[in-house]
Design a protein around this ligand. Sequence first.
Ligand SMILES: Nc1ncnc2c1ncn2[C@@H]1O[C@H](COP(=O)(O)OP(=O)(O)O)[C@@H](O)[C@H]1O
Ligand SMILES: [Mg+2]
Length: 314
Amino acid sequence: MNQPAPTYAIDVQKLNKHFGDKHVVDDVSLQVARGEIFGFLGPNGSGKTTSIRLMCGLLTPDSGTGTCLGYDIVRESAQIKRNVGYMTQRFSYWDDLTIRENLDFVARIYEMPNRREAVERSLESLGLQSRANQLTGALSGGWKQRLALAACMLHEPQLLLLDEPTAGVDPTARRDFWEELHRLAARGISVLVSTHYMDEAERCHKLAYIAYGKLLAQGTAREVIESQNLATWTIYGEHLSKLSEQLRKTPGVDQTVVFGSALHVSGIEHATLEAAVKQAIQGTTLRAERIETGLEDVFIYLMSHSTDNYGAPS
Ligand SMILES: Nc1ncnc2c1ncn2[C@@H]1O[C@H](COP(=O)(O)OP(=O)(O)O)[C@@H](O)[C@H]1O
Ligand SMILES: [Mg+2]
């Protein structure tokens, strides 16, 4: 047990996929280490679901190679499916069955040996026993989602692929769900999870940001932030949206975003940006200070830049 092989739960290189003339996944390479929670972020339609399907062998790439749990994504998709838990974007269950009956039903579909034992184990490991005999239709969104997680873990997969698992779930249930993911990761289970929520991005060990099929940044939150070399200032005061428009036309300012009562102003030319901010607040009651660039600033920057390039004449 010195060297558990393979090192990566997912290791793919230069995956490409077209649908018609649309290049939906464009040279995507990524690695997810064992026991890591890897967040997959990006706007709707950017290729997250398609990438997940490529990585677990449900779709064949036009080009590219890779392994999932050490199995070849093109030639060994049957083994991958047996060892991966996949929670699709719109998971489903039977409203008029109890939680236990739903899990039992899934276990039957997969013809699992020791079905009863597997169901009890998954009820226990996800803290579902107290609700096991309740009808699923009457449960809150958070419990339904916990059921969906239990269902995709019945066969004790080593890798979970979770496609927007918390969309439409309330904040408390989302927090519980993430605590659960961290417990699983601590047990050595790897997790690839796509999400829109910024607070969830910050709870991942590593992140990738994808837009229009292209992976634009990858690494820890800090690495993703540093990769863009943005300086950010925050301005407090009145009439920020007007100021925002004005600053956006100023040299040195690459991006302005209003966050409630503060305006974030970012740019890659740090000195020019500073001059622009100081000039803008001079002789006013506005206050400005340099802050650490946040993940959200960077994601907005990445998204707007990829939009700019999309369809632009080259
Ligand atoms: N089976 C398919 N046939 C044709 N186009 C598809 C298919 N699946 C996805 N697409 C298109 O590929 C793009 C990426 O979709 P998807 O991977 O679902 O993105 P995301 O999960 O990031 O929202 C979208 O433009 C979508 O319409
Ligand atoms: Mg999707």
